[in-house]
Ligand binder design. Structure first.
Ligand code: NAP
Length: 228
């Protein structure tokens, strides 16, 4: 790749909330942003809004997702930055969570990010450059008690584990980090949350654009490492 060519970023769930703010911030920094959403209409609306390119990615079927992601790689070219942002939040606590809450959350919040990493990380390794940002949550932190709604909290603790497990096996130029965006005013966070989507996007965008000497295999909030 020519040094001056823009990096390409793919952001899941870019049609609203923090994903929209991340997409917009990356586009304004000159990246070519693939705005992934689960329907064509949502992906196109996001692409128009941020100046990106639309891609349909439904995280509900990880096997179909892998095939779709390989298509994107063929048609759009290499993905340098992957932001695993999209997630669901089933609301049952403890043993009040249903079996389907847990399997749904693990499929969308854990297996789908893993599928996308499996597709895009090898090319990043070959090219010696990659940034993977896994949107986690303080509710997934053992250090904070894994104390959110059960299926969501387990899925985010698992995403943290995936981040750490994958990071050490990748080449030096590929950085994989997890991030808690704080409590953010979105459909998921609710109107009473303390941060705007732009504030929630700050640390993910920082991780998506880390310099070569930036960290890998960490968990961050407000650009600072936090305990797992
Ligand atoms: P949000 O407003 O609820 O947006 C969720 C996004 O995920 C939407 O774009 C949604 O698409 C997408 N999505 C859900 N299921 C999908 C599927 N099967 N396939 C494709 N896309 C799917 O959430 P948010 O607050 O922006 O959260 C973004 C990330 O930050 C999540 O990982 C969340 O866990 C994390 N986080 C948020 C907070 C907070 O306070 N908000 C705190 C900690 C962590 P549709 O529009 O099609 O449903």
């Amino acid at each position: 790749m020519v040094d001056s060519a823009p990096r390409t970023a793919l952001v899941t769930g870019s049609n609203r909330g923090i994903g929209r703010a991340i997409s917009s911030a990356l586009a304004s920094r000159g990246l070519r942003v693939l705005t992934a959403a689960r329907t064509r209409a949502r992906a196109e609306e996001a692409a128009d809004a941020v100046g990106g390119l639309p891609e349909v990615l439904d995280l509900d079927d990880p096997e179909a997702l892998e095939a779709r992601a390989r298509d994107i790689q063929r048609t759009r070219g290499p993905v340098d930055v992957l932001v695993n942002n999209a997630a669901i939040l089933p609301d049952g606590y403890g043993l009040h969570a249903s079996l389907s809450d847990l399997t749904d959350a693990l499929r969308v919040n854990l297996t789908a990010p893993f599928a996308l990493m499996r597709v895009f990380a090898p090319g990043m390794e070959e090219r010696g450059y990659g940034r993977i940002v896994n949107m986690s949550s303080g509710w997934g932190a053992f250090s904070e008690g894994v104390n959110g709604p059960l299926a969501y909290a387990i899925s985010k603790a698992s995403l943290n584990a995936l981040t750490l497990a994958v990071s050490s096996g990748l080449g030096a130029g590929v950085k994989v980090n997890a991030v808690c965006p704080g409590w953010v005013r979105t459909d998921m966070g609710g109107a009473g949350a303390t941060r705007s989507p732009q504030e929630g996007a700050d640390t993910p965008v920082w991780l998506a654009t880390l310099p070569e000497d930036g960290p890998s295999g960490g968990f961050f909030r407000d650009r600072q490492p936090i305990p797992w």
